[in-house]
Design a protein around this ligand. Structure first.
Ligand code: BG6
Length: 468
């Protein structure tokens, strides 16, 4: 069968991790500008010079050359996000910042020059800081209105330039990183489950609401949700471990279930009841959720984990964003993320069986330390065979899932050009096909170099996956 003819091959990025220009052309501050050590904190009062995200890889001033390189690899699609604070610097204004809007106009035009379709995330870990400080982020229902205003503005402006949209990046991550993901300033240890799940409700309502608004503005829009996917295998065949794995996975399914089926699943109602959580629904929320489900499901996939009913018996891995016990059958990256290509095939089948909606893999990749060396042509390069192996193995499993009958729209590997890590704010945790000369201490020329994987991915796209 092979990859479908119109398969969308490409790469993925996010504004806060690579644009830089954090205070240029009227952009306001975001939660990222005050977390120099990564999304899990600590939070600083003001932006500090050690925060690599402030300059990122200066894509803001390099975008034309970078897009040319993406085009050389043959990208059909390119995922990026709009920085909300470039459009509404504080988040709660009514009049947008024209310079911010113009930047994305130019960016999308540049992509179209090469027939690259933009795939745009509305909110990728870059809530305007003002909304965190004044409203405690998504715990406050008022954010729904601000987000609707922002989405309406960009949907209207780019209605003929962008067809594929994602609402919230890794929407389920708010359970683990409330500040980075939901702009919630209350420290996690003081945040009640009641307030956290209420914040989640606000995001879910906002996601449904902007899906509605988007479809009204352009009925051809394809609007998806974006979930961290992570299979959690039972640590042993003990039924209690199987149940623990189900509970772990339900924490993630909760988000795709509501986005795809338009209502809260019963398993979460039991959890709410047992934990004295009562979600306040405003009039119309239920109908809005039910009537505005997503067109497709997108997700990130980096690793799997294991679940156990006896957590004291094992050491947990610090590398996994969502936590968990290391799997003795799998190897891990330098940051402890367990490498599991077959897990991707499982995720694809599970999502598809559950919803029968098209799927889009919008993040996948290996964070690794790269070494610049002189290549055969005398140019500097990186011999990143480890990255090629990781990606190749995962794409083989995507091919298997296609054979299984799963409908897959496309694949955008994460950080197609090196950028600043979300969890650790390091530059040295690199994912790209393109090396960017910038170091953890902020030094570097910002010069770009093609890695060995650049040429490998070009061939993958050229052969539509035949060479895997
Ligand atoms: C996802 C995020 O969690 O994983 C990205 O959507 C992030 O923003 C990516 O960069 C890889 O994680 P990290 O921490 O290695 O950058």
């Amino acid at each position: 069968m092979g990859f479908p003819k119109n398969f969308l091959w490409g790469g993925a990025t996010a504004a806060n991790q690579y644009e830089g220009a954090y205070n240029i052309d009227g952009k306001g501050l975001t939660v990222q500008d005050v977390t120099p050590k990564g999304g899990f904190g600590p939070i600083t009062e003001e932006p500090t010079p050690d925060n690599l995200k402030l300059e990122g890889i200066d894509f803001y001033h390099h975008y034309k050359d970078d897009i040319k390189l993406f085009a050389e690899m043959g990208f059909k699609v390119y995922r990026t996000s709009i920085a909300w604070a470039r459009i509404f610097p504080n988040g709660d204004e009514t009049v947008p910042n024209e310079a911010g809007l113009q930047f994305y106009d130019d960016l999308f035009d540049e992509l179209h020059k090469y027939d690259i379709e933009p795939l745009v995330t509305l909110s990728h870990y870059e809530t305007p800081l003002h909304l965190a400080k004044e409203y405690d982020g998504w715990t406050n229902r008022e954010l729904i209105g601000f987000f609707e205003n922002y989405a309406r503005t960009v949907f209207t402006r780019y209605k003929d330039k962008v067809k594929y949209w994602l609402t919230f990046n890794e929407v389920n991550s708010v359970l683990h990183a409330p500040f980075m993901s939901g702009g919630i300033l209350t420290p996690p240890e003081e945040l009640s489950q009641q307030d956290l799940y209420q914040a989640i409700h606000h995001e879910l309502v906002a996601s449904a609401s902007v899906t509605k608004i988007g479809h009204e503005i352009n009925p051809n829009f394809q609007i998806g949700c974006m979930i961290i996917s992570m299979p959690a295998y039972p640590m042993t065949p003990n039924p209690k471990d199987v149940l623990a794995s189900r509970h772990f996975e339900n924490q993630n399914y909760l988000f795709s279930d509501i986005h795809a089926r338009g209502k809260y699943p019963n398993y979460i109602k039991r959890f709410f009841k047992e934990n004295d959580i009562e979600i306040k629904f405003a009039e119309g929320d239920e109908k809005l959720l039910a009537e505005n489900t997503v067109d497709f499901i997108s997700f990130s996939y980096y690793m799997s984990t294991t679940a156990t009913s006896e957590p004291d018996k094992y050491e947990t891995s610090s590398g996994n964003i969502l936590g968990g016990v290391p799997n003795p059958y799998l190897e891990a990256s330098e940051w402890g993320w367990q490498v599991d290509p077959i897990g991707l095939r499982l995720v694809l089948n599970d999502f598809y069986d559950r919803y029968q909606l098209p799927l889009f893999i919008v993040e996948n990749g290996l964070g690794a330390k790269d070494q610049l060396v002189e290549g055969p042509d005398g140019e500097l390069t990186v011999e990143d065979d480890y990255r090629i192996k990781y990606l190749n193995d995962h794409l083989i499993q995507v091919g298997e899932a296609i054979e299984d009958g799963v409908e897959i729209m496309g694949y955008t590997s994460w950080g197609c050009i090196d950028l600043v890590s979300a969890s650790t704010a390091e530059m040295s945790k690199r994912y790209g096909y393109i090396y960017v000369d910038r170091n953890d201490d902020g030094t570097g020329t910002f010069k770009r170099y093609k890695k060995k994987s650049f040429y490998w991915y070009k061939e993958v796209i050229e052969s539509n996956g035949e060479n895997l």
